[in-house]
Design a protein around this ligand. Structure first.
Ligand code: XLS
Ligand code: NI
Ligand code: NI
Length: 459
């Protein structure tokens, strides 16, 4: 008897009618700007085809749903077990369960109306008892994903490898003191890149999971960082070998899970990449929740990475500043969204990156509809941010004020400083002639009031 090819089997499974709907009570989310305030399953601001500064909202925002929080999280925390159960998930680690989950996920994407998704290798396929079996499991799930992507018109924003959950990675992956563990990370990423290529991923992410240390006493810093750089060189070489065109991204994060993380924040990662001449191959995936954990303001790393030409993508979420750990909440703050979208517009968009909701519903939000509401509310927040930022940029009020603030660099000595031709002697000659400068107000409150006007007087 001829064996059924995995692709054929996946096609059959993708179309099978006996698959029960996961969200029977939810219809595709509609754009209804005048819906009453307590209707939270409608878009009031996100209107995918609406043009904003020459581009549709959908093109500016490039929303993506992440698999790990939305289809693997159970509400488990260090003090208590799962609170969230789903009709399609029996909690087992079987391929059948993984497939049911994937059908539910694509039904979710289709009803929500986002065009992208993201996953870790282990989110979609269970680890087997050998590397061979693990890879076979992944291949089988990737066949199904390819079919479902096609069927629903969904694309892969990025894929990544989970190099932090398994105990073998407890002392790090590419920075592990044991070369055998390094090799495991290399093998996983080789397979991950192959799979990303197959599914047409537009990016590939590295979040440094356990790349860091708990104590300097047992750590050879230089060795570990050099090994990480060598790991990334292997990634570039393999990417080029297979012709994968996706953008490589590194996601900075401080203090979780290790006491010190090598990819602490945007500037740390950029310095690392430049030190090892890797900066032309990588950009950054900035997660504001991590930025806040690093002690910066919400938008800080988005703005900083963009200023250095290194902003590739955004994990659109937020933390609670009063808690101080990675709570991965849905972004619901219009002001913060406006700051982020201002940067995105100013750099001409995020493509091939996007806004990936690396966010989970609260442990107490146990209904499947909460999963929709979280995403819908966050999409509307980012859409409001986009509209507010567009108005702020188009009217130019802030930009004109900032330009005026730096006007002394337009001519004379200021111009020479700006173009790098001034000397210390020039500075002294200027000061001897003109004496001391008068103080000039920084007008912070003036700027904040202008900004508020665009955020809150939204038409
Ligand atoms: C964890 C990270 C993780 C990455 C992907 O804090 O945010 O979810 O986005 O590995
Ligand atoms: Ni993230
Ligand atoms: Ni995170």
């Amino acid at each position: 008897m001829a064996a059924v090819s995995p692709a054929k089997r996946a096609r059959k499974e993708a179309n099978s009618d006996d698959m029960k709907e996961a969200f029977p009570d939810i219809s595709p989310i509609a754009y209804r700007p005048d819906a009453p305030a307590d209707e939270t399953l409608v878009f009031r601001h996100y209107n995918p085809s609406q043009q904003v500064m020459g581009r549709s909202m959908q093109e500016w925002l490039r929303f993506s749903v992440c698999y790990w929080h939305s289809f693997r999280a159970t509400g488990l925390d260090p003090f208590g077990g799962p609170t969230i159960t789903r009709s399609w998930d029996d909690g087992s680690d079987t391929l059948e369960n993984a497939k049911r989950r994937m059908h539910a996920a694509f039904e979710f994407f289709a009803k929500l109306g986002n065009k992208y998704w993201t996953f870790h290798d282990r989110d979609i396929a269970p680890e087997g008892s050998s590397w061979q079996e693990t890879n076979r499991n992944l291949d089988e799930m990737v066949e199904l994903a390819a079919q479902l992507q096609k069927q629903h018109g969904i694309k892969l924003l990025w894929a990544t490898c989970n190099l932090f959950s398994h105990p073998r990675y407890m002392n790090g992956a590419a920075s592990n003191p044991d070369a055998h563990v390094f090799a495991c990370a290399g093998a996983a990423v080789r397979k991950g890149l192959e799979v990303a290529h197959k599914l047409g991923a537009e990016n590939f992410v590295f979040w440094g999971g356990r790349e860091g240390f708990q104590t300097l006493l047992n750590t050879d810093l230089n060795k570990e960082m050099k090994h990480m750089a060598n790991f990334f060189r292997m990634v570039v070489a393999y990417k080029e070998k297979i012709g994968f065109k996706g953008q490589l991204l590194i996601e900075p994060k401080p203090k979780e899970p290790t006491r010190h993380q090598y990819d602490y924040d945007a500037m740390t990662v950029i310095a690392f990449l430049k030190t090892h001449q890797l900066d032309k191959h990588f950009k950054l995936n900035i997660e504001p929740n991590h930025t806040m954990l690093a002690g910066h303001s919400y938008e800080h790393d988005v703005v900083m990475a963009s200023a250095m030409g290194m902003l590739g993508s955004i994990d659109a979420n937020t933390g609670s500043p009063d808690l101080g750990w990675d709570t991965d909440q849905f972004p619901m703050d219009v002001k913060a969204a406006t700051m982020v979208m201002k940067t995105v517009i100013e750099q001409g968009g995020l493509q091939p990156g996007g806004l990936n909701f690396d966010a989970k519903v609260r442990r107490e939000s146990t209904d499947p509809r909460d999963l929709f509401i979280g995403h819908v509310g966050a999409m509307d927040t980012m859409a409001r941010g986009l509209k507010a930022a567009a108005r702020l940029i188009q009217e130019g009020t802030l930009a004109r004020a900032v330009q005026q603030r730096y006007s002394s660099y337009k001519s004379g000595l200021g111009h020479k400083i700006s173009n790098g031709t001034a000397t210390l002697e020039d500075c002294e000659a200027y000061v001897l002639k003109h004496g001391n400068p008068s103080v000039t107000s920084g007008q912070q409150e003036h700027y904040e009031t202008i900004f508020n006007h665009y955020v809150h007087d939204l038409k």
